[in-house]
Design a protein around this ligand. Structure first.
Ligand SMILES: Nc1ncnc2c1ncn2[C@@H]1O[C@H](COP(=O)(O)OP(=O)(O)OP(=O)(O)O)[C@@H](O)[C@H]1O
Length: 263
């Protein structure tokens, strides 16, 4: 990443300015994102929803520096993103844990890969596991854990190097509905406790409304910002909010928005 000259104070944690992406393949150009402008505040929880293939993962990968935008600029903290960087931790749909490593050793992976001092970070890894309700599971192996527990390990792994931002791409997409709801409550608690800036991609509108401060709705590919909704529900949100009128109203509004795009 390159340093910029502007002071970081009073600026967004993530600033996306006129960012567009066109994949250049042997079969030609695939425009995936139209120019997007979005600013995400420090500690904010933003959820991105949109039709399949509209460029959600592409946007997340560009914020992580895993690929470059075709146009525009992404700033994270006080730096312009030009390559992979340590300001983000990423959680994918599959936990991608190494089966031969213990839970603690899996969480410590980024510390080893980044060459950070192991003795200094081990207590942090243990504290994260405790916070995620996994105390006592440190020396278990991934196959001894449920799917929801494995995803919680993946969240701890993403946070172990203390990044400013947690990026999540459909982290609970493979879980059953009941576990998923519980994981949403857990994730809310973890984000409130760690005060990380969070960006989550989901296909579930109730999940988006439960977790988000703001919901960004993308349009069909090439995706652009179709709408941004602020969620007016107080935190911490309990799971019974799912049945409350304000929650149901907002999920219906967003669902209608979605269906109007697809019709
Ligand atoms: N490496 C690539 N090369 C060429 N085209 C790609 C590549 N990755 C993604 N695309 C195309 O870009 C578009 C956006 O892809 P992306 O994975 O970002 O969408 P998405 O919104 O995350 O989709 P989904 O919700 O189905 O996961 C898709 O149409 C996809 O075919």
């Amino acid at each position: 990443m390159l340093a910029t000259d502007k002071p970081a104070a009073a600026r967004a944690m993530i600033e996306i300015t006129r960012v567009a992406k066109t994949y250049r393949t042997r079969d030609g150009e695939i425009p995936s994102l139209r120019p997007i402008d979005l600013a995400i505040a420090d500690g904010e929880f933003v959820v991105v929803v949109g039709p399949s293939g509209c460029g959600k993962t592409t946007l997340l990968r560009m914020i992580a520096g895993l690929m470059a935008p075709s146009e525009g600029e992404i700033r994270v903290g006080d730096r312009i993103v030009t390559s992979p960087h340590s300001d983000v931790g990423i959680v994918f749909q599959s936990a991608l844990l190494l089966p031969w490593r213990t839970v603690l050793a899996n969480v410590m992976m980024p510390v080893e890969v980044k060459g950070l001092p192991i003795e200094q970070y081990r207590p942090r890894a243990e504290a994260l596991l405790k916070m995620a309700g996994l105390a006592g599971f440190e020396s278990k192996h991934p196959w001894q854990l449920s799917g929801g527990m494995q995803q919680r390990v993946a969240i701890c792994r993403a946070l172990v190097h203390d990044p400013k931002i947690l990026l999540m791409d459909e982290p609970f997409g493979a879980l059953d509905a009941m576990t998923r709801e519980r994981m949403n409550a857990e994730l809310q608690r973890i984000q409130l406790e760690t005060r990380k800036t969070a960006l989550l991609i989901t296909h579930s509108i109730p999940e988006a409304v439960f977790l988000a401060d703001r919901i960004v709705v993308l349009s069909e590919r090439p995706g652009g910002i179709a709408a941004i909704y602020t969620v007016p529900l107080e935190r911490p949100r309990q799971l019974d909010v799912l049945g409350k009128p304000g929650f149901i109203e907002l999920t219906q509004t967003i669902r209608k928005h979605f269906n109007a795009q697809i019709d």
